[in-house]
Ligand binder design. Structure first.
Ligand SMILES: NC(=O)c1ccc[n+]([C@@H]2O[C@H](COP(=O)([O-])OP(=O)(O)OC[C@H]3O[C@@H](n4cnc5c(N)ncnc54)[C@H](O)[C@@H]3O)[C@@H](O)[C@H]2O)c1
Ligand SMILES: [Zn+2]
Length: 380
């Protein structure tokens, strides 16, 4: 699975370019390389041929990585636009301010947006790019593990509105994705763990060996110098390749892409009921265990799968049980508010075993009766 090219060494003309690991998507390349942030501008320019670059980043990431990224573009070509971090900033108001500032700075159709940061920067900057001047290219420079393996790939962009998360947005595929694992050295430990929940999810949906390897590599990945480790490059390559493979086969979420939703029906419900006090990565970890139990109860999922997933997530420092104060009834009710829920029984993307998802009736999801959800929430 995945179309990974062999590592590309610097060529004689551009000797200063680092050795990279490339994953090819239709229309763009994902380039993974430790230290690539320092030359990211060259890669973005080669991919987009832009004339001016709007780097969009939250204040904290801009303070750490804004200067080296801006310096990788020719002098005067890149401009920094910032927003206060956090999910509350992923709004139409922030989108409006950023697009106003870009217009006031004289950026036009030949400009390119560069999203620098976590999933929030990717979603927000991607939506700015999808709409500014009716659409200009976006390049992603993800700095969280979650953004590297998930949010920067696939072209989903958008903002939150009072009725729910990500309800206004657009599909806008990036022109380039530049992944520098060294950025993870400064990522808070809880954010690294949150990304690891999604990495392990990619193992469950597509690659049992990768799942086991990731669990075995956790001490190296979480070590002080984990961001610079070979294990981190290998983990990123495979986790990204899995997401790419799914997206490549189902760009607009017609069917197969539902497998990426494993753990997320319950996760979104837990986030909602807790008023987002439970962070997404932790909710996904709990959701994966509950949904694997649902699969086992229905006979869709091989026995012991939920226990194996639970052990892996615990090893990754993630919670695996529903917080006691979030009642099963409330969580069940909240699954019905998920925008992906259809009428009737809510559909779940369920594994048949670690490494393989159930095709269901072609929709890559299975309708689950309420009592099975309740029972699985009760025991998890
Ligand atoms: N578009 C998609 O396909 C997709 C997929 C998954 C998630 N998402 C979205 O992603 C968002 C969550 O993304 P996230 O978890 O990356 O959150 P985030 O963007 O808020 O980043 C988390 C925190 O880490 C800080 N940070 C980022 N990189 C850092 C670094 N290298 N060093 C130190 N601090 C750093 C940020 O300032 C922020 O405080 C959600 O809004 C979610 O909806 C989108
Ligand atoms: Zn997720």
């Amino acid at each position: 699975m995945g179309e990974e090219a062999a590592p590309r060494a610097s060529n004689p003309v551009t000797r200063e370019l680092p050795v990279t690991h490339d994953i090819q998507m239709p229309g763009y390349t994902i380039t993974i390389s430790p230290g690539i942030l320092e030359t990211a501008g060259m890669f973005v320019h080669a991919a987009t041929q832009g004339h001016r670059y709007a780097v969009i980043s939250d204040l904290a990431v801009a303070a750490r990585y804004g200067t080296p990224l801006l310096a990788s573009f020719p002098p005067g070509e890149a401009h920094l636009f910032t927003f206060a971090g956090g999910e509350p900033a992923k709004t139409r108001d922030t989108w409006a301010r950023l697009t106003d500032e870009m217009a006031e700075a004289g950026l036009g159709r030949d400009a390119v947006v560069v999203a620098l940061g976590g999933g929030i920067a990717c979603d927000l900057a991607g939506f700015v790019a999808a709409t500014f001047m009716r659409g200009i290219p976006v390049a992603h420079v993800p700095t969280t593990l979650l953004a590297m393996v998930d949010a920067s790939i696939g072209g989903k962009t958008g903002v939150d509105i009072p009725s729910g998360k990500n309800l206004v947005g657009a599909f806008h595929q990036p022109a380039a994705v530049i992944v520098d694992p060294l950025c993870l050295a400064t990522l808070p430990a809880n954010e690294l763990r949150a990304g690891m929940a999604e990495v392990l999810k990619h193992g469950v949906i597509a690659d049992a060996l990768f799942f086991e390897r990731t669990v075995a590599a956790l001490p190296a990945l979480y070590a002080h110098d984990g961001a610079a480790s070979l294990a981190m490059i290998e983990t990123l390559r495979r986790a990204i390749a899995i997401k790419c493979d799914v997206v490549r086969r189902d760009e607009r979420e017609g069917g197969l892409r539902h497998v990426l939703n494993f753990g997320h029906t319950i996760a979104h419900a837990i986030e909602l009921v807790s008023h987002f006090a439970v962070p997404h990565g932790e909710a996904v970890a709990i959701g994966m265990v509950v949904e694997a139990r649902i699969g086992e109860a229905l006979g869709v999922t091989e026995a012991t799968t939920a226990d194996r997933i639970e052990r892996a997530l615990r090893a990754a420092g993630l919670p695996t049980t529903r917080p006691a104060h979030l009642g099963p009834g409330a969580v069940l009710a909240a699954t019905r508010l998920d925008k992906k829920a259809r009428s009737g029984a809510v559909r779940y993307a369920l594994p048949t075993r670690i490494g393989e998802m159930s095709p269901g009736d072609g929709l890559w999801s299975v309708p689950v009766p309420d009592e099975v959800v309740l029972a699985s929430l009760g025991t998890a």
